[in-house]
Design a binder for this molecule. Structure first.
Ligand code: AMP
Ligand code: MG
Length: 426
């Protein structure tokens, strides 16, 4: 049974829909969104960027035997001389994948390559570059170069049999694919991909290919939203530009809710909005209209929409920068949570602001910045030109968002500020 929006709101301290702090909005959304349940098995290469649905246990020891970490000579640590060089006859060679078989007589060593199995009884490897030939097939090892156990990799030191290798909720990265392969695992259980439908609202919007009539703009939000969704690895359903017409809006919302887990719209949610978007949202679902204490991106609609099959609705503002900022502030984490991923806060970089910034305490501001190395070698951030919420160029030129937190006031030149870097994010 879904919790009602009123109930969720009652659990959020400081909940005020008309001046909602960003943190409270995030908390609300985290409680609202359901997680996908369906699981599919995928070959590991197809699982990159997908969310692991079950813990993966290690079914073998990795590595499966003690082996050498270096090219050199394997020996018994107890054979190392207390003083002066150690001279050891070489009993044979062990290669990676072709181990030295047989017993190593006491006081002998074995020539060994990286990854080769440690011959029985030998516990130490001296790297080749420290040794020299001593005649009669012996090697000479200078005193003090190695201690017992050096340069030996232990069985199971990477992954031990029965250990949890990866936890459910993990977003699979390149290293994880390698680790699954090291376990010999061909397939991996992941949650099904999330389906997200989106459309733009506004009678002034034109799609690419259409002539731009007087007073009209090309719809850019569908492209930024599409691109941000691609980076999240969700399946997208692009429903185009929907006219400000009740029937068209009803049809779009109904179709979206029937086919997707989440619906993202842009435009039509601001306070003075004359169009029908808000009314149709409220009619077709359980929707709240927020004024968030943030800039850009104050108005936003949130809730559930649809009939029997409900989807989560994110009604984003229309301004192109506000769309991207609200997506990163709210939608990104929410969709990852819906995908089954464990929450992982994004790291913030601290950089010295090159100029002073005016900032009103009591709201979160996201300014677009360019982070670079200063002459002193430290990170610095410069704000990209005009910060108007319609100026998409400010996003395009930036490599990060300067996050001025809720309680923060004016920033003086040289002050450290938090920056959410786009790399890894977009
Ligand atoms: P709204 O929130 O609908 O009042 O829109 C705010 C501003 O964003 C208006 O200037 C709109 O023209 C603009 N806008 C809304 N949707 C889009 C879009 N999809 N692409 C570009 N600009 C948009
Ligand atoms: Mg509009």
């Amino acid at each position: 049974m879904n919790e009602s929006l009123e109930h969720i709101a009652s659990c959020i301290s400081g909940y005020d829909p008309n001046a909602l702090p960003v943190a409270q909005a995030q908390e609300f959304i985290a409680r609202l969104v359901p997680r996908v349940q369906a699981v599919e098995m995928l070959p590991i290469r197809s699982a990159l960027g997908r969310v692991l649905a079950r813990d993966v246990m290690s079914t073998i020891d990795v590595p499966s035997h003690d082996n050498s970490a270096m090219d050199g000579f394997a020996l018994r640590g107890m054979d190392l001389a207390d003083e002066g060089p150690t001279l050891l006859p070489v009993a044979g060679t062990g290669l990676a994948g072709q181990q030295f078989s047989g017993a190593v007589p006491p006081g002998h060593c074995v020539r060994i390559m990286t990854g080769a199995v440690m011959p029985d009884g030998l516990d130490t490897v001296v790297p080749q570059e420290f040794t020299s030939a001593a005649g009669d097939g012996r090697v000479s090892i200078p005193h003090g170069i190695v201690r017992t156990g050096d340069n030996r990799r232990l069985r199971g030191e990477d992954l031990a049999l029965g250990e949890t290798a990866l936890r459910a909720g993990r977003l699979l990265r390149p290293a994880d694919l390698g680790m699954l392969a090291s376990l010999g695992q061909a397939e991996v259980p992941v949650f099904r991909r999330l389906r997200v439908a989106f459309f733009s609202t506004g009678d002034e919007l034109r799609s690419i290919g259409e002539p731009l009539a007087e007073g009209c703009v090309y719809d850019s939000n569908r492209y930024t939203i599409w691109a941000m969704l691609q980076r999240l690895g969700v399946d997208v359903i692009d429903l185009g530009v929907v006219r400000d017409d009740p029937a068209a809006l009803r049809e779009a919302f109904t179709q979206a809710a029937a086919n997707a887990d989440a619906v993202i719209t842009s435009g039509g949610v601001s306070v003075g909005e004359a169009d029908h978007t808000k009314r149709i949202m409220a009619e077709l679902g359980e929707v709240l209209f927020w004024k968030i204490a943030m800039r850009p991106g104050r108005p936003m609609a949130i809730g559930r929409i649809g009939g029997e099959r409900q989807a989560i609705l994110f009604g984003l503002p229309g301004n192109p920068v506000a769309v991207m900022v609200t997506f990163y502030a709210f939608v990104r984490d929410a969709l990852r949570c819906m995908s089954g991923a464990t929450a992982e806060p994004l790291p913030l970089l601290q950089a010295a602001c090159t100029t002073g910034l005016r900032k009103k305490a009591g709201r979160t501001e996201y300014q677009r910045g360019i982070v670079s190395r200063g002459d002193d070698g430290r990170w610095q951030v410069a704000i990209t030109g005009s910060q108007g919420s319609g100026i998409l160029r400010s996003m395009s030129e930036a490599n990060g968002l300067v996050v001025l937190h809720h309680h923060q006031g004016h920033v003086a030149a040289g002050d450290l500020v938090d920056v959410l870097m786009f790399d890894g994010l977009v």
